[in-house]
Design a protein around this ligand. Structure first.
Ligand code: ATP
Length: 237
């Protein structure tokens, strides 16, 4: 696939490969020669069986991990050419990441965890929008609880609020509904989808839940180190 970065996507990858070398020197190819485009104003899903490389791909697309080969552009900027400092600055200004493992600071309160990215980047805090999201995600009253005292599903929702209130241009979400029951999962997914459809926003989500993937505008299906299908939901049917 030959893509025009300016025309085609907010997140673009070309000829992306990732290998790991294990302790005994054995190389493992996670994926090879992938091309990927996620458009603005849309939600793009990456799905596939456990261990096929979805999280590793998301890490490479978001600049958290360097690919072994290939190039990644986000908002027209080539992440794979940036040094560590510039990459960190770019990520802080433009990218939000919802981690599969939540990545909350366990000893800090829920509210302080949510505020952390804003505090670190000296950004203005819209307390009202935090209150609204806390209410929407059934977390009202938990502001002063230690993050570690919450259930996995509650921590997952706090992690999503923390990402959304920072208002990034691009959100990468790794199994954001993994710890949630169907109803809460749908609530979280709908919130992410609404966010993705706002002008100038883009969401790339990893999910193994096909029911949720089908609600995305475009779905990439991974298997054996490559994409076995990609396209809009109708094309995948
Ligand atoms: N840092 C690492 N070092 C070595 N191998 C790794 C590393 N990170 C991932 N892998 C390997 O890459 C492969 C893909 O892992 P990854 O977590 O990306 O898959 P996944 O599709 O997201 O899985 P799941 O759906 O179970 O979360 C696995 O075989 C994993 O062991």
């Amino acid at each position: 696939m030959k893509v025009n970065i300016m025309r085609d996507g907010v997140v673009v990858a070309e000829q992306l490969s990732k290998n790991f070398v294990s302790g005994d020197g054995t190389p493992t190819v996670v994926f090879n020669d992938l091309s990927f485009v996620a458009a603005g104003g849309a939600m793009t899903a990456i799905t596939g069986p456990s261990g096929c490389g979805k999280s590793t791909l998301l890490y490479c697309l978001s600049g958290l991990e360097q690919p072994s080969q290939g190039n990644v552009w986000v908002l027209g900027e080539e992440l794979t050419k940036k040094n560590q400092r510039n990459l960190a600055l770019f990520r802080r200004s433009h990218i939000g990441f919802v981690f599969q493992s939540y990545n909350l600071v366990p000893s800090m309160t829920v509210r302080d965890n949510i505020l952390l990215p804003l505090t670190l980047s000296h950004r203005k805090v819209d307390q009202g929008s935090i209150d609204a999201l806390m209410d929407k995600f059934h977390l009202s009253g938990h502001d002063n609880d230690a993050a570690s005292s919450l259930s996995g599903g509650e921590q997952q929702r706090v992690s999503l609020i923390r990402t959304l209130v920072a208002d990034p241009d691009v959100v990468f979400a790794d199994e954001p509904t993994g710890a949630l029951d169907q109803k809460s999962g749908q609530l979280v997914f709908s919130q992410l989808r609404d966010f993705s459809h706002r002008p100038g926003k883009c969401v790339v989500v990893v999910t193994h839940d096909l029911r949720l993937a089908r609600q995305c505008d475009v779905v990439y299906t991974m298997s054996d180190g490559g994409f076995v299908a990609s396209g809009n939901v109708e094309e995948q049917a």
